[in-house]
Design a protein around this ligand. Sequence first.
Ligand code: AMP
Ligand code: ZN
Length: 479
Amino acid sequence: MVLKVYNTLTRKMEEFIPLQGKKVNMYVCGPTVYDHCHLGHARSYISFDVIRRYLIYRGYDVNYISNVTDVDDKVIYRAKETGEDPFTLSARFTGSFIEDMENLSVLPPDSRPKVTEHIHEIIEALKTLLKKGTAYVTQKGNVYYDLSSSVEKIGVLSHQTAEGLLEGSGRRVDVEDDKRYQLDFALWKVVPEDEAGWDSPWGRGRPGWHIECTVMSMKYGSEQLDIHGGGMDLIFPHHEAEIHQSESCTGKHPFSKYWLHNGFLTISKEKMSKSLGNFFTIKEVLKKFPAGTVRFFITYTHYRSTVDFNEEALEEAGRARKRLLNTIYNIKNALFDAPDYDKDCGLGELIEQTRYAFITAMDDDFNTREAIGDLFVFSRKVNSIITDEEPGKASLNHVIGLFSEIDEVLGIFDDSKSCAPEVNIIELSEDNIIELISIRDNARYNKDWKKADAIRDELKEKGIALEDGKEGVRWRRKG
Ligand code: AMP
Ligand code: ZN
């Protein structure tokens, strides 16, 4: 079976072959930390988390790097508004972002470098570019990349002409009067004395946005990456700028072999973004919905498609996920009375087919939508086998094993870090009880006894008694 990925660089599905054997250097652009992150960010980081987890599942040795942009015009402006020191502000929101990622069960990157800790390396990279003649310093002390030195690379990723870029996405390019050419991008910007900045050979200033990713991906990964990821809005100018400057720095091509871009999470068909003000923070959403439901909502759409957010859609995702959780719970319940001797009832073959279907779907450019669809089919079949027949303990445990194996990649069943276990518990339906039991199971697995006891007490208060047995938990309504 062959893993294929859609490469923005070639606009084709390509077989995934890393540059060096099984080693995968993967870099994903991190957030600019001037506010709490919203669900659009969650979309990007959950998508790449699943991609990373799947690569690990397929036996690759993944080195995952994701930066934090902790100094930038937006950080400075926000700090001016709040009267805070910009570094204190960005440190606060970096903490908030890391907390959100933990709560969403996004695996921590192997390296999470911050721009403010790499100013020296950035200055060194600019010196290299200036020495090579691919950058220039202006009278004002700004440093720009000189696109005339690599015109052939203009539009390599966006697949547009220079004219098209100037007209369309060119809006996103800084308009400065000291540039030689409008598409040239800033590598170093001079700043006034009273603004956050660092001394450099060109005067006090701070780095332009793009150069940080070049420098940090090389320091923590390699001069040539296997995968570079980010949201679609980063294709131009950010990622194209990275290609120009990185390839100029090292003389090596390609800077990244595969470029993967996630589609937008929208709200009423418009991209969720801080600047448009149409956002829900991850914290707000996690107060109402368990992390597994948020992950399910995001992964039940292919990462390159658009996903439109509204509360009903999340509720629907929660209901769909519960159908799968119920199956897991049914199996755990069936284990109580299951025979000890080997009785397969076709489950072994079903497990093999489902694993094969999962790999086939995920090998097709990480098609999580199809993978979850297959899981529903599996779930229905398992339920009917449990109802109609009496499979043995070993077979039932293998079914649970497959759910866990798949969840190592998708992370949709693990609510152990969820902030919202109390969801919908005013009136406990059977589904709610099962969900709470599964959250408690996870808490116990993670030795979070406080949380596990709190859930047990909460259930007790609502008249639900739990019996912990060798095979799992059984529940009954009291009185
Ligand atoms: P930013 O902090 O705006 O630089 O965004 C950090 C990452 O999140 C980038 O890869 C963006 O493309 C991605 N991102 C931001 N908003 C959305 C959204 N609404 N949908 C999908 N990805 C997003
Ligand atoms: Zn970047």
